[in-house]
Design a binder for this molecule. Structure first.
Ligand code: SF4
Length: 172
């Protein structure tokens, strides 16, 4: 079977602003949220960007032994959940930490069924919710607006409600 390809806006091979540690950030192409004041409007068209297989992206990640994790950003990663699943599984199989941003809230993602649920289960941290211009802040770690939460995915799934990720919150 031909591998489903992922539509990608771009990569940041070494990032320290998309989660804790040195991370490879994958900016997926396509976003339905259209938040006012979005910093990545070039990622909005669903048909833009370039197509990659999960293997092609994993090869890029493997080239850097200093990476501690991978972050899925965008764009809206969960709009390409099926295509991203093999990448997410490959990242975890390589012992790397996986974090994802989403313009959907955790509660909204739970209503979307498969394959969104499976992709969520592969992620250890979720930074959720749309960018809200009225709540914009430069002071919140890893987030652009105050409504966005940094969640411990497995604890949130077990509790059935959002649980904040320890160690990732903005120091008081
Ligand atoms: S979810 Fe992110 S990429 Fe999409 S419009 Fe909002 S800020 Fe931009």
């Amino acid at each position: 079977m031909e591998e489903t390809r992922i539509r990608i806006a771009g990569f940041t091979p070494e990032s320290i602003v998309d989660g804790i540690g040195l991370r490879f950030t994958v900016f997926v192409q396509g976003c339905p949220h259209r938040c006012e004041g979005c910093h990545n409007p070039q990622t909005h068209p669903a048909g833009g960007g370039r197509l990659y297989t999960a293997e092609e992206i994993l090869e890029k990640i493997e080239r850097n032994p200093l990476l501690s994790g991978v972050t899925l950003s965008g764009g809206e990663p969960f709009a390409q959940a099926a295509a991203l699943l093999p990448l997410a599984r490959g990242v975890r199989e390589r012992g790397l930490h996986l974090c994802a941003y989403s313009g959907y809230t955790f509660e909204e993602l739970l209503t979307l069924g498969e394959p969104v649920r499976s992709l969520l289960e592969e992620c250890q941290v979720l930074i959720d919710g749309p960018f809200l211009l009225a709540q914009r802040t430069l002071e919140k770690r890893f987030a652009g607006s105050r409504n966005q939460r940094i969640l411990d995915v497995s604890a949130s799934l077990a509790a059935g409600e959002p649980v904040l990720m320890e160690g990732w919150q903005t120091p008081a």
